[in-house]
Design a protein around this ligand. Sequence first.
Ligand code: ATP
Ligand code: MG
Length: 436
Amino acid sequence: MNDILPASVPRTEKLPDSARWQWFEAAVRKVLARYGYQYILTPIVEPTALFVRGLGEVTDIVEKEMYSFTDSMNGDKLTLRPEGTAGIVRAMIEHNALYNGPLRLWTLGPMFRHERPQKGRYRQFHQLDVEALGFAGPDVDAEMILVARSLWRELGLIEGQHVRLELNSLGQPEERRQHREALIRHFEQHASQLDEDAQRRLHSNPLRILDSKNPAMQTLIEAAPRLFDFLGAESLAHFDAVKSTLDAAGLEYRVNPRLVRGMDYYNLTVFEWVTDQLGSQGTVCGGGRYDGLISQLGGKPAPAVGFGLGIERLLLLAQDLNLPMPGTAPDVYAIVPPGTPLAPVMTTLEALRARGLRVVQHAGGVDGPGSMKSQFKKADASGAAWALVFGEEELAAGEVTLKALREGMQGGGAGAQSRQALAQAAHWAALLESQA
Ligand code: ATP
Ligand code: MG
């Protein structure tokens, strides 16, 4: 579980700083608003039974990754949410929210899974969750994928290069049942080659064997019957419609018949956005359709589709690629020489802030503000473009000194940068003048 720190705090772990997080969250808000998705917040703690029923008893998450505990007040069995969908569905059922028609929702927050920590895999991590509830058509499956693409574009990630899309269809429960029987037959015929995990899953959840990362199992998995070959006409038509919408949007993808997802609730379309740049933790975003989940959790049957995006992984990728983001440095750092009366300084700075400028005032310790030299050092370290020096004599004359702290702000030369610097200085002068 990590602290997410500002860039100015030295870190031992190579994790993105809090400015990266804000950059990401701003992009998310912008993109989801463009598609009409509404923000929702649900509790971080839910009844354990919600996840057992929702995700399936024989999934990695429910079997070994949940942080569960007993509420000492009343004995309730509770769990720190390992994913976001079950809680959102619970809330929608509880508030009868689909009564007035389908809903597009998103949320963002911490998730908890007790797994072995490594780069891109943590015990508290964060997800963006995007869900569309009550829509049956393949158009909304494609919309989900396009929402993610718009987010990549907003962030400066290039699809096909930095992230690429993998797509599959898991069909409907009856098709999966037939495939499951064929799978069990296949693996039973080669029972001696199954590892311990696979043997345990053979009769409970053989589909998950396909997701095994054990290299010794790969040949056997390659030869296994494909779910895709068991899909009926309707499932195929749904999948074709998703693909043709993506084709029309100019989005490239790879159909990966081996793509299965970690939760039992998926049907029809499943997809993952993957990257090759993060080692083995390559899935940045995964999702799909889960038409059975709402009724499985006690709601009136309604179709749904959604995805979860791992924010740490995405930000590691953004950091590795050094994707540009707007600076967070102050516009100005105010230098207050020892002995300067503070009231007029503060009034001036408040007025500048009210005009939208980022203004950091040098604040002293118990012994006063510190020497000019140490204040200028702090001003420089803050990354501010300008220093405002409030000398006592200047203040008395209703003046203040504006000093450029960065290259290219000095003026003098004829370049565009120095012209811009001069214009900025003139702007400042006018602002300050109006305060005098
Ligand atoms: P994986 O196969 O990597 O374990 P998953 O299938 O368990 O992923 P999902 O439950 O689909 O993951 O969650 C969606 C996304 O959340 C993942 O694609 C990944 O980016 C991110 N994610 C999942 N588990 C973790 C974790 N422990 N730490 C950081 N990010 C995670
Ligand atoms: Mg996992």
